[in-house]
Design a protein around this ligand. Structure first.
Ligand code: ATP
Ligand code: MG
Ligand code: MG
Ligand code: MG
Length: 350
């Protein structure tokens, strides 16, 4: 019997588009002799549309999006649940980035329905999505980080000037201002003076009520891929070299200007430390399946962890799959491995 995979993609998130390319790539990597794929497209508004069973790889993104039939006009989540009740999915692959998907919400739904799913748990996903919670967990795991401050909207609005002063004192310019719950650099900007800082906070507040401000660091950006459950493996390291001011949304997905160097040139002891830290970061958020761990490495080889991403970019040209490809795990094998890890974890929980 073929296994039934539900492929969840799109999503009510500022990272919706990124997920579309990933979904297409994953259907092309699935072994259709072993699996039937059910595309489940979530619109930007958050409507769920269960598509027809795919018996061969999707050729275009439109093919994956164009899944509404007349009887599906309701386009809601009950259709997903009914489909599962009639003929259960063996596993769901939540290929969703950002809020409403990478943050534990969808994982919660899948838990309640008792469906095995790829990747991190409710807790791990939520902890990895909220940069403040993540930083606090990393602190407890003694992982070095750049200094930071955080506040929520009402605190900022009450005491703008005091926050600016505080950040100037504890962090200094340049600073990086980020919405706490997002990814793909959406809402992030660099501030080099008080005026820019205020603007950057205002901008980030469009995406979240909680804001993180970090000391800007001049360092190389190094990423490692973690794969596994209780005893995860770590890939070779990769370096990101954006040609822009920093690794922003366009340099990630649009202009193709960013160089990915795999493996990154690093001293052996630095790489060993990074592997150890990537594993500790995975454990700190109670990771499962996969994370991409992002680091800063200075010219003196001081290492700071920036973040982990619980559903990192996953197209064949994204860092996470490329890191595994250079560690002798090609893309189709990686997809299969993630499905196996999901099933393993589900069985363990029973
Ligand atoms: P993604 O989830 O796509 O990896 P994100 O939205 O979670 O991204 P970050 O990784 O935190 O965002 O930051 C995006 C980019 O901004 C980094 O890759 C780096 O180029 C730059 N950056 C972030 N924080 C700092 C910092 N403290 N100092 C210097 N550069 C930074
Ligand atoms: Mg991130
Ligand atoms: Mg991310
Ligand atoms: Mg990042």
């Amino acid at each position: 019997m073929k296994k039934r995979i539900g492929l969840l993609y799109g999503g009510k998130s500022a990272e919706h588009e990124v997920s579309l390319s990933t979904a297409k790539a994953v259907t092309q990597a699935v072994d259709f002799n072993e699996f039937d794929v059910f595309p489940i497209f979530i619109t930007l508004k958050g409507e769920w549309r269960v598509g027809p069973q795919l018996t061969e790889p999707a050729q275009t993104i439109e093919q994956l999006q164009f899944t509404t039939t007349s009887e599906q006009s309701e386009n809601n989540i009950t259709q997903f649940i009914n489909t599962h009740m009639e003929n259960p999915f063996d596993v769901v692959f939540p290929l969703l980035h950002g809020t409403n998907g990478e943050d534990g919400t969808v994982q919660g739904l899948l838990e309640v329905l008792n469906i095995p799913y790829v990747g991190n748990s409710v807790l791990g996903s939520a902890a990895g999505m909220d940069k403040v919670v993540m930083k606090q967990l990393f602190e407890m795991a003694n992982l070095p980080q750049v200094p930071y401050e955080f506040f929520i909207r009402s605190e900022w609005e009450r005491e703008k000037a005091a926050w600016i002063k505080k950040c100037e004192k504890t962090l200094g310019y340049p600073m990086f201002v980020k919405p706490a719950n997002l990814g793909s650099s959406v809402g992030i900007s660099k501030a080099t003076n008080a005026e820019e800082l205020e603007k950057a906070v205002q901008f980030a507040l469009q995406y979240d009520r909680k804001i993180v401000i970090e000391q800007g660091i001049k360092a190389r950006e190094i990423e490692l891929a973690v794969l596994g459950n209780d005893t995860p493996n770590v890939s070779v390291a990769g370096e990101i070299k954006p040609m822009t001011e920093f690794y922003d949304y366009d340099s990630k997905y649009k202009d193709g200007s960013t160089a990915l160097i795999i493996p990154a040139e690093l001293q052996a002891n630095v790489y060993t430390d990074l592997v150890d830290m990537a594993k500790r970061a995975f454990k700190a958020i109670d990771g499962a399946g996969l994370v991409r761990a992002d680091f800063f490495v200075t010219d003196n080889n001081d290492i700071f962890i920036n973040e982990v991403n619980t559903m990192p970019g996953f197209t064949p040209v994204s860092m996470y799959p490329l890191l595994w490809q250079h560690t002798d795990v090609p893309y189709p094998q990686l997809v299969k491995e993630l499905i196996n890890l999901a099933l393993e974890r589900h069985t363990e929980k029973q």
